[in-house]
Write a protein that binds this ligand. Structure first.
Ligand SMILES: Cc1cc2nc3c(=O)[nH]c(=O)nc-3n(C[C@H](O)[C@H](O)[C@H](O)COP(=O)(O)OP(=O)(O)OC[C@H]3O[C@@H](n4cnc5c(N)ncnc54)[C@H](O)[C@@H]3O)c2cc1C
Length: 383
């Protein structure tokens, strides 16, 4: 049994990044993961995740995004893996939609490079897109996509190289604080002690972090791949941007270029509006009526789609009531740091969340702005 400073439980998106940032600082890390490396049972699979800086959710996220972009570049360099690609992106909707007005607010507040396009200009620049006459778009060259499995694998590889002890197929069964400080974690294979515990459970938060008092809702979501009717040419990343598209009812879809070669198709999905579930009971089958609903919505905005349906895969959102993250020292346990509730928009922050968790677990504080993410806003618990 090794001697550890920090145990990280859950080596998905956030936990793999935390293990890497801790190990890179010379901290002795044990990482415990329920499944294998970069698996598809949680929230960090499906080949692509949108990244963008003009953040409609709130301008408060922008400084974190700027740092996350730097760290993604460093991760690509250090791992030799293709983790981030900037294709440019459009946030489309009516001018007063949250998608457009919120993105614009963040861009203006932080002086981020962007262009506002009317419907005619959007259609001219991106012939794959077919906006309504009253729709506009915020175009951002720095938007693009990140690769979830490659990002998790890169963080795990670099963490192991820096000395982290990573154990897969070994779920944490229980933990408790030790009277003299520190924690003990139990698994079926053994018992481990460390000074601090970082818990990054993704959609298992309701089980592992019930004592935060946050009413998480775990939501079933589906990612769909369609082969464009006229071939992938117009949908290649050089020509077709990532997009989030809000319709008059407020429902958003989002999608990607054809990033996986001539037969890989283009991925599209609804943002939010899935059904509540749990990681144990989720229906992982995707049904015909769901594919039809996605195809109909896609047809409306992108004339080259849906073309041929290729495949679909479920995934899990971990929603908080206000859709903002939870990242903090555990209000009831000094030795424990938590990150969860990423509410369907966390992956683009994975590297910076890893850095923040390493800060919190080693120094108890971070230079990054995380006040928005304290769980007391949702639970009434104060720290
Ligand atoms: C369909 C879909 C589309 C998305 N699109 C985007 C997007 O475009 N842009 C974006 O930024 N974000 C997006 N997201 C959100 C983003 O992917 C998530 O916020 C992020 O992956 C969450 O990472 P995580 O580490 O919290 O969870 P996970 O990656 O699921 O990691 C949690 C880990 O904890 C492990 N675990 C659980 N219990 C235990 C235990 N007892 N012991 C040990 N290990 C345990 C799990 O096995 C898992 O590996 C999307 C999510 C989905 C599902």
């Amino acid at each position: 049994m090794g001697v550890y400073d920090v145990i990280v439980v859950g080596l998905g998106g956030m936990g793999s990044a935390a293990a890497y940032h801790l190990a890179a600082r010379g901290v002795r890390v044990l990482g415990l993961e329920k499944f294998g490396p970069a698996h598809d049972r949680g929230a960090s699979h499906g080949g692509s995740r949108i990244t963008r800086q003009s953040y409609f959710e709130s301008p408060s996220y922008v400084p974190l995004l700027l740092r996350s972009y730097e760290l993604f570049d460093g991760l690509a360099r250090d791992s030799g893996r293709d983790v981030i690609t900037l294709t440019g992106g459009v946030m489309v909707g009516r001018p007063d939609s949250l998608t457009v007005s919120g993105s614009r607010r963040s861009a203006e507040q932080w002086g981020l490079a962007h262009e506002m396009l009317d419907a005619a200009e959007l259609r001219r620049r991106f012939p794959t897109l077919n906006p309504e006459p009253d729709e506009v778009a915020l175009y951002e060259a720095k938007a693009g996509f990140v690769r979830p499995e490659a990002t998790v694998s890169a963080h795990l590889e670099l963490a192991a190289r820096a000395g982290a002890d990573l154990r897969f197929e070994e779920p944490m069964a229980s933990w408790h604080e030790l009277p003299g400080g520190g924690v003990r974690v139990e698994t079926a294979a053994g018992s481990y002690e460390a000074g601090r515990l970082v818990i990054t459970p993704g959609p298992w938060a309701p089980q592992l972090l019930a004592d935060l008092g946050v009413p998480f809702i775990i939501e079933r979501q589906v990612q769909y791949w369609f082969q464009p009717a006229g071939g992938v040419g117009p949908f290649l990343p050089e020509r077709h941007p990532i997009y989030i598209w809000e319709d008059a009812t407020g429902r958003q879809i989002y999608g990607f270029p054809a990033i996986d070669g001539p037969d890989g198709g283009a991925k599209v999905a609804f943002f939010r509006g899935g059904s509540p579930t749990t990681p144990e009971t989720i229906d992982r089958e995707v049904h015909d009526d769901e594919v039809r609903a996605m195809a109909d919505r896609t047809r409306h905005h992108l004339p080259g789609l849906p073309g041929t349906f290729l495949r679909a895969k479920t995934c899990l959102y971990s929603n908080t009531p206000d859709e903002h993250f939870v990242i903090a020292q555990h209000p009831a346990h000094d030795a424990v740091t938590v990150a969860c509730g990423f509410s369907g928009h966390g992956f683009k922050f994975v590297p910076v969340v890893g850095e923040i968790l390493a800060d919190l677990a080693t120094a108890g504080t971070t230079r990054h702005p995380i006040d928005l993410f304290h769980p007391s806003r949702l639970s009434g618990v104060t720290s």
